[in-house]
Design a protein around this ligand. Structure first.
Ligand SMILES: *[C@@H]1O[C@H](CO)[C@@H](O)[C@H](O)[C@H]1NC(C)=O
Ligand SMILES: *[C@@H]1O[C@H](CO)[C@@H](O)[C@H](O)[C@H]1NC(C)=O
Ligand SMILES: *[C@@H]1O[C@H](CO)[C@@H](O)[C@H](O)[C@H]1NC(C)=O
Ligand SMILES: *[C@@H]1O[C@H](CO)[C@@H](O)[C@H](O)[C@H]1NC(C)=O
Length: 658
């Protein structure tokens, strides 16, 4: 029985006997080099984790420094970028690898998210508990056609406090327009005072953004996160604290701002520990404390206190309205949050974020209020954990009559996601909720843009979404950016969807479903959508691929992503093992791109695999072997009894099978 199960589970994918023989005797240096250069499949990724775990057993530095050597030897990034990214992420990865089985489900998830070498395990069944059943006759919110009020939604401002006018904008780093000291002279493309597409937002552009928002008639603003710049290899706690504080000063708009925490509001970037992590549970408390004290100016003292107790989440009723805004920290469903991989036990609701959301939605239902949910990351993206996305969707289904809108950022794109009551039957009639996703303000992802909503004061549904933008290439931009309305969603689609829109009709989930059907039948409408989505020439389906089948597939996937607020249904193929080394860029529809993450640990580890296949010649291999042996052999010798060996790992599998 045991052997049969063992056979089924491993021998089918990993030839166990050859695994024992091949793996047992090689020095770690060769194991690491061969591991990264090994077959591009899931079983090989698990066996790479065995090697990396044995390296991590020698200490955080053993793993961090080995990966740094790889990064530099393969010239994946400039040496300072390799060092910075791995100094930040290396110790958490080492901790993860020491804490989990290299063959368990968490390892598979790690191999999927970080290396793209495993398919994601299916959702772990979990029924979200609700305090009360859905009311038989839920309160209906009806519009009597009162004039709307306005709300600005802005996101991903990524302010670079070290932006330097005149510095190189075409530099060798993931983020430019800074004094790096290792760039060739003379400067080829000097950074202008107001910004550049290779760079994050300079302070004068922040002032222009503030002026542009204040020029609207907004009653309040939603800010869906990412204050901090994308120089993730340099960012530390002091920088992030400083950036959060300065954001609080710079964005003293004429009306309140309701913010949400982004994945960049932490250090190391993306990383919020779970409360179950005894040694590190408090590692991000400084983030919550800093945002709490800055944001109390807008959200009040009670909500500010919630931030410190609910890992960055809060709930507040907007003054003089019947609208409750619930802002949650989406960091616990972000696949790049490395703290999510330190346990083999499934944890359905890390840090109680979902139960906080449920509690607040129940308050709203009991009090007859409507709700807006806001967070940094929309729940349907390819970079969202399937489990948490599924559980969040259960919450949306339960409280859909209470929820008038959901608001997110993170993708840097002007887009949306629709939730359906039945994902096997995605139609106008099953569309139940909309995730509004704001474009980024950083010029790094196209022209800076924000949304201005017209809101019905009785239903709190969105009547129109107007997008405002400024053209970075325009000669006036470097003197005084001009903000203009790019389009009104209502004007754009109301006459082209078959059902049309009555004057008092909101832009409902049904409306958005109709828009996706329009994209299916009207290719020009789809192309226009893609152009606006990224506000650059980049990113459309047509440009990345040259044959019609691929275009059609890309288009289908893009539309599928719009129709998925549940990540298991988004058609994103995270398992890129077949041919992904050959792809020049992720096809549109694969949202988990570098744009949101920046060149961080995920990008570098994927590049490590890629370059081990494409770039690694014998000379490089030999040099790397020497370096790794120098680093690891003394540590291995100093180790009295190997804490974790390959044989131990194999024994663990056997024991775990009883
Ligand atoms: C601005 O918004 C307020 C509140 O919604 C409204 O009363 C006022 O008429 C608006 N002003 C303009 C110029 O639109
Ligand atoms: C940036 O510099 C590289 C090499 O120095 C050059 O090939 C490239 O065209 C430049 N790009 C831009 C946008 O100036
Ligand atoms: C969902 O849709 C599928 C396909 O139309 C259908 O077979 C199924 O019964 C539906 N499920 C529910 C719960 O309505
Ligand atoms: C931005 O300005 C440039 C230069 O004036 C112009 O060529 C380009 O068409 C403008 N882009 C948009 C989207 O208006």
């Amino acid at each position: 029985m045991l052997w049969k199960r063992l056979y089924l589970q491993f021998v089918v994918s990993v030839p166990l006997v050859s695994f024992i023989h091949a793996r047992q005797y090689l020095p770690l240096a060769d194991e690491i080099i061969n591991g990264f250069g090994g077959p591009l499949d899931c079983a090989s990724c698990h066996s790479l984790l065995v090697t990396l775990r044995a390296t991590a057993a020698l200490g955080d530095n053993a793993l961090t420094n080995s990966l740094k050597n790889m990064c530099k030897q393969l010239k994946l990034q400039d040496p300072d970028v390799c060092d910075g990214v791995l100094d930040n992420a290396g110790p958490i990865i080492a901790h993860d690898l020491r804490s989990i089985s290299p063959f368990g489900q968490t390892s598979t998830k790690f191999c999927s998210a970080i290396f793209g070498l495993c398919a994601e395990p299916p959702v772990n069944d979990y029924i979200v508990p609700f305090p009360k059943p859905t009311p038989r006759n839920p309160k209906v919110f009806k519009s009597s056609g009162k004039p709307p009020f306005q709300v600005v939604h802005f996101s991903d401002v990524h302010i670079d406090r070290e932006y330097t006018i005149g510095s190189e904008a075409n530099c060798s780093k993931p983020l430019c327009c800074r004094e790096f000291g290792d760039q060739p002279e003379p400067t080829k493309d000097p950074a202008g005072p107001l910004g550049n597409h290779a760079c994050d937002t300079p302070h004068p552009l922040v002032k222009s953004i503030v002026k542009a928002i204040d020029a609207t008639n907004t009653s309040f603003s939603l800010f869906t996160g990412d204050i901090v710049d994308g120089a993730v290899w340099l960012v530390n706690q002091e920088d992030v604290t400083n950036d959060i504080n300065l954001f609080g000063e710079d964005f003293r708009l004429k009306s309140p701002v309701f913010p949400a925490l982004g994945n960049h509001e932490s250090s190391p970037v993306n990383c919020f520990p779970r409360t179950t992590n005894e040694d590190h549970a408090e590692d991000s408390q400084w983030v919550y404390d800093t945002t709490s004290s800055q944001w109390s100016q807008w959200i009040g003292q009670a909500a500010a206190e919630q931030i410190t107790h609910y890992s960055g989440s809060y709930s507040v009723v907007v003054a003089n309205t019947n609208l409750r805004i619930i802002s949650i920290n989406s960091g616990f469903w972000y696949k790049m949050n490395l703290w999510l991989y330190d346990s083999d036990d499934p944890q359905p609701d890390p840090n109680g974020i979902l139960s906080f959301l449920v509690e607040q939605l129940q308050f709203a239902e009991d009090l007859g209020q409507r709700c807006w949910i806001m967070a940094h990351m929309a729940p349907g993206g390819g970079d969202v954990t399937l489990d948490q996305s599924n559980y969040y969707d259960q919450v949306i289904q339960r409280y859909k009559h209470v929820i008038a809108g959901q608001f997110f950022g993170h993708t840097h794109a002007d887009e949306f996601q629709i939730a359906y009551s039945n994902y096997s039957d995605r139609t106008r009639d099953t569309a139940v909720s909309t995730a509004w996703i704001a474009p980024s303000l950083t010029p790094r992802s196209g022209n800076p843009a924000f949304k201005l909503y017209d809101v019905d004061p009785e239903t709190y549904e969105i009547l129109d979404a107007k997008v405002y933008t400024t053209n970075v290439s325009h000669p006036e931009f470097q003197i005084e950016p001009i903000w203009t309305m790019l389009y009104s969603t209502r004007d754009l689609y109301s006459s082209s969807i078959p059902k049309g829109l009555g004057p008092a009709d909101a832009l409902s989930p049904m409306f958005w479903h109709d828009v996706t059907e329009l994209f299916e039948t009207d290719d020009e409408a789809f192309r226009e959508f893609q152009r606006r989505k990224r506000r650059t020439g980049r990113g459309g389906c047509r440009q990345r691929v040259d044959d019609d089948d691929a275009y059609d597939q890309c288009k289908r996937r893009t539309i599928c992503q719009l129709r998925a607020q549940r990540s298991e249904d988004n058609c994103v193929d995270v398992n890129r093992r077949e041919g992904w080394l050959l792809e020049p860029a992720l096809p549109e529809g694969d949202v988990a791109s570098h744009e949101c993450e920046g060149i961080g640990i995920g990008a570098i580890l994927k590049q490590m695999i890629d370059a081990s296949h494409n770039k690694m010649d014998e000379t490089m291999k030999n040099m790397l072997r020497v370096q790794l042996n120098e680093l690891l052999l003394p540590l291995q010798e100093a180790q009295e009894a190997p804490a974790i060996s390959y044989m131990n790992d194999l024994k663990q599998i056997l024991l775990g099978m009883h």
